[in-house]
Each structure stands twice: as C-alpha cells, then as structure tokens.
Design a protein around this ligand. Sequence first.
Ligand SMILES: Cc1ncc(COP(=O)(O)O)c(C=O)c1O
Length: 382
Amino acid sequence: MQTVPQLPLRCWAEIDLAALERNLKLIRASLPSHIKYVAVVKADAYGHGLYQTVARLMHAGADLFAVANVTEAMAIRELGPGWPVLVLSPLLPEEDKYLGEYDITAAVSTADEVDRFEAAGRVTGKTIAVHLKIDTGMGRVGVWHEQAGELYAHMRSAPHVRLDGAFTHFSSADEDPAFTDEQRRRFLAALRRCPGLDFNRLLIHADNSAGLETAHGEQPFNAVRVGLLQFGILPHPNSMLARVHTEPVFSFHTRVGMVKRLPSGTGISYGRTCSLKRDSAVAILCAGYGDGIARACSNRSHVLIHGQRCPVLGRVTMDQTIVDVTDVSGVKCGDEAVLVGRQQGAEISIAEFSARSDSIPWETLCSVTKRVPRIYKTSLGL
Ligand SMILES: Cc1ncc(COP(=O)(O)O)c(C=O)c1O
C-alpha cells in the first residue's frame, strides 16, 4: 500500500490548549471558591475538538461537562469515569437506555421524561441521575417555572430517578440585564416550590458566559456553565468580562495559492459583484466556504497578509477567496493569510470576522468544516 505523503496545510485552525487551561483558571479565580465549573463542550467543543479540549479541561480542573447529546456524552466517558456529564438537549426514547450504562446525567423537563427514565432505570437496575431544567423565559427546553413544583413532586415518586441538580438558561444575558434578573427571580421562586431540596448536595446553576456579568453570587447558586468565555471570546464587544483577561484559543489560517495582476474594470468572482477600481494585484487564497469562510463575507471581510489588512474582493467561492494585495509588497504563492487571529501585531478577532457575515462567534466556530485540520498547541505553560 502506498503511504500518504506529508502534505502542507492549505487551511487550518490552531487551537492553543495552554491558553484554554489558563482561561479556565482565570475564570475560576474570578468566582467565589465554592462555585463549581461546568464546562460546556457541545458541538465538538465549539469546533475546537472534543477529545483534546475535554482532556485539557479535565487536567485544568473542570468539575463537570455539559454536552448536547448522548453521542457527545459517550465520547467524554471514553476519556475518563470521574466527571459527571450532563446532556442539555432532550433525549430521544431510544437513547434512554444509555444513561445508566454510561453514567450520563439527563436534563428533565417533563413528566413523560421522568417516566421514561424511571422505566430505563428499573430495567437496568441503575439509578438515573438528572438535573431539573426550569424554563424561566428562554421558551426552549425546561418545565415552565410556574409548574416546576408539580414536576418535582412527580419526580419524587420515581425511585430510579435521582435529582442531582437544577438549572435554567438565560435568553438575553448579553443584552438585557433586567430580564436576566427576572429570570433569576423566577428560578429561585420555582425552587421554593420544590420542598425538601438539599442545596448542600444539589448543583444549582444558571450562568452562561454573559450571565457571569450580572451574577450576584447569591445562594443557592453554586455552579456556572461556561462555553464561549473559556475559549477566550467575550459574549459581546463591551463585555465587562474583559477584566478576566482570557485569551483566544482558536485562530484560523490559510495560504496564498497565486498572485496576479488584473486591469482596472475587471469583474471578480461569480456574479462579478466587484469591479476593480484600479489596476490591482490580487491574491487567490486556498480556502473558501468549503472551509468555513461564510459566503456572506463576500466583499466585506478582510484577511491579514504580511501583517496588513487585505479586503475580500467579490464572492467567496467553495475553495478559493480573492483578496486585494495591491498595497502589500512582495506577496507570493505560499504566504500565510490569517482569517482570524494575529499577524505581526495586527489582529482580526473572531467577533469582527463573524460580524462581517452577520454571524456570531458561536456559529462561526461551529462552521469551520471538517476539511480544516485542527493543529493543537499543547505546551503545558507551567
Ligand atoms: C443550556 C446552555 N448552557 C450554557 C451554554 C454556554 O453558553 P456560552 O457559550 O454563552 O457560555 C449554552 C450555550 O449555548 C447552553 O445552551
């Protein structure tokens, strides 16, 4: 069999695991010491790679992991038995049997789920761990906060279902602190409708990254559920979480495949949506929407080459993106172009890259395709 040669990278993401570890420690240091850290690592750890990210977060001292589904939870179980893993999304009935087998914690929002998990526990002879999910104004999963007492009472009649925590999720913590406070009030009122809760044993959590901005540290909250901030990204540009000094874990890179000169008036790319206003030098980059550069970046984004901002010309195509390098001297085939990250003192943040395509960092990270290798920087940074 022919061995595959070691080929150069055309488009890649760099994942700085040492920065990830520092970020977790900084976030922890900004919180009261009794607060448990639930690391949100759904969607392949926000595109950073589940195994590498989780392994490093385990090393760094995360207390618990939150994922979207049973497949992701099983992947974490392969890495180690010690950490509780909470599935945030509803389970499909065929998935119930894996809860006990893989020691996975489910979020419970309905009496039907309680009955299903009770049945799954009875069949396997195992107790199923759950967190009660309370909808305080997200309008997504969770029991409506005014009905939490009834669901809790129902749960108490299910001997194979063990309540390990309760939580809610904020709908607009990044833009509406008053409503976030209202959600906190509704959550605490819902907990008061559940007599006999043991707050010394249960994990009580609400704060996502943006929630940390308005957290008051009041009882009985004793855990936070952090996704974006641990990857060094602020939930919005003016966030006071800048004071935590986390640093980006992710950067996005490609290379120049060709440079050529074109005369003024030339139409660029599909649909000729850009017409050159001067005689120009253009660079053809080795990445397009097939790698995760949104087509909505067409005519709007910039990349860094030789530390200088180069505007995207015309439509982003599947495998190539065209940029203006007229004002950058000496650009040649093979040069690196930075899509997100730093180069020679210049920076394009993921917030900027996302905004250029009317997107958000969460979505941008999930849109980097599987064609793009993730290159891990693993220095322990001790
Ligand atoms: C239920 C839940 N909790 C926590 C988070 C983490 O949010 P963030 O990435 O803003 O910290 C998410 C992310 O979408 C979520 O859906």
